[in-house]
Design a protein around this ligand. Structure first.
Ligand code: G3P
Length: 220
């Protein structure tokens, strides 16, 4: 099981890497643009807070085949442990084939149904990012992701699903209990994986009860 963080905010990446077992960081053009800094600076800053084993995912911006391939090669040159994100369109699928042949690791992204994911897997994508919550506008996004996993299993494709576009921990729980290997979580959902007001209440009571007897809020 891989827990991935869907943000380019270095402070949040650093904070969450200290709290959780973060396998990697996913970005997309919207997420990077949100930082409002030059692209290379954002990537360099993320690289600095990640260790070498943590994988970074960076997406192409262009939408035509030639430029996607060119940007994919450039992204792949930025870091050793990096995966190029390519949206599943006709040009994107062509680019996935080409980049895969060159040994570049690909995450096929913006997947909005199981068949899109399946054809991207056949083209050599290492990872697939179904947009679970966005799919939920017109179908059951969790169920569609599970169907995609079943299709991969049935045909012995070892392409890995990284479920994306997650908006609540209920979606995350359903995916994990159904065997989906990886999820990429926005910062607020990553925090909601462990925060619970009832836990804070319990701790307050422990501290207060201890204080009443020992007149201090520490063990020693
Ligand atoms: O990487 C971004 C992807 O997870 C889509 O998320 O929140 O834009 O639907 P969202």
């Amino acid at each position: 099981m891989k827990l991935i963080i869907d943000t380019a905010n270095v402070k949040e990446i650093k904070r969450l890497c200290e709290i959780l077992n973060v396998w990697g960081v996913t970005t997309n053009p919207t997420i990077i643009a949100r930082e409002n800094k030059p692209f290379e600076k954002v990537i360099a800053e993320i690289d600095e807070v990640l260790d070498k084993k943590q994988t970074l995912f960076v997406q192409v911006v262009s939408t035509d085949y030639e430029s996607m391939v060119e940007e994919g090669r450039y992204i792949a040159s930025l870091r050793k442990n990096i995966v190029v994100k390519v949206p599943v369109t006709a040009d994107g699928l062509k680019a996935i084939k080409t980049l895969h042949k060159e040994g570049i690791k690909i995450l096929a992204t913006a997947i909005n149904n199981a068949t899109q994911g399946f054809v991207a897997a056949l083209n050599g994508a290492e990872y697939l990012a179904p947009y679970v919550n966005r799919m939920s506008n017109y179908t059951d996004g969790v169920e569609e992701t599970i169907i995609l996993q079943e299709m991969l299993d049935e045909h012995d494709l070892d392409t890995e699903i990284i479920a994306a576009s997650l908006k609540n921990t209920g979606q995350v729980k359903e995916l994990i209990r159904n065997g989906i290997e990886s999820v990429t979580l926005p910062v607020d959902i990553a925090d909601l994986m462990y925060l619970n007001p009832a836990t804070d209440e319990a701790i307050d009571a422990f501290t207060n009860n201890w204080y009443k007897v020992y007149n201090k809020k520490t063990l020693r």
